[in-house]
Write a new protein. Structure first.
Length: 246
């Protein structure tokens, strides 16, 4: 466990500031919140990186913005999800495996892109990035009955991003999973294989709503506890319905 530099709160996976290199909890992760002493220096470095083309410079008129790096990272993350979830369906043949793979890619991509586009709506730079440690832990969990699905996350950068903005950005992901649960439950009446899609999305919603570490639930909880409670209750109820009752 590592303690936050500001409040000494213990974190299993602390946020590391890209400017000063210190470690913080979710509440103090933003440079503006912990009064980062090197933010001015890093802004200059960021401009040099942009000029080299590592980070794309977006036109203000562009609505949906991405980069080659993000596409590669997102593709790898989808493959990690497939490696973790798909093996149990190999026995059913290649066609079922293809359908399952498509469902996994859809659920994960929609969740992460919801974060991304919500952040861009608030005027922030936002792209998906792989987390090497999270990817490793996720792959190791494939060998156990308890799966950890955390190969990466959407990185948000913006000087005017507030705690409320971060909460809404975090909320966007689980909401897409809840909507997909309802959609796939209905569609599974005609295509039974889609029941797996409902289960997968229910798992993702509950897992991401847990108020710990870097998960969405933590950011939502820090922003609005009532919104967190209602959303988590809905996610848990749907999980119970698709996994136990039906």
């Amino acid at each position: 466990m590592t303690k936050c530099t500001i409040c000494s709160k213990e974190e299993l996976l602390p946020f590391i500031c890209k400017y000063c290199g210190r470690q913080f909890c979710a509440e103090h992760r933003l440079p503006e919140i912990h009064n980062c002493s090197r933010i001015g220096v890093k802004v200059y470095d960021m401009k040099k990186i942009m000029n080299k083309g590592s980070v794309p410079i977006y036109a203000r008129s562009s609505r949906f913005r991405t980069s080659r790096t993000e596409i590669v990272h997102l593709t790898i993350a989808v493959l990690v999800f497939f490696i973790i979830e798909a093996p149990m369906f190999i026995q059913f043949g290649s066609m079922i495996l293809f359908i399952v793979g498509s469902i996994i890619a859809l659920a994960f991509a929609i969740h992460e892109l919801a974060h991304k586009f919500t952040a861009q709506h608030f005027g922030a730079w936002s792209e998906f990035r792989l987390d090497p440690f999270g990817t490793l832990i996720s792959l190791i969990s494939a060998l156990s009955s308890f799966k950890i699905l955390a190969p990466g996350a959407v990185v948000v950068f913006g000087s005017r991003v507030t705690r409320e903005n971060m909460g809404k950005i975090a909320l966007a992901g689980p909401l897409t999973n809840l909507v997909q649960v309802l959609v796939f439950v209905l569609l599974s009446q005609f295509f039974p294989i889609l029941w797996f899609a409902a289960i997968l999305n229910a798992n993702l919603a509950v897992f991401n709503m847990m108020p710990v570490s870097i998960l969405d639930g933590r950011k939502i909880f820090m922003w609005n506890k009532k919104v967190f409670a209602v959303t988590f209750a809905i996610a848990l109820a749907l999980w119970v319905i698709v996994r136990i009752i039906l």
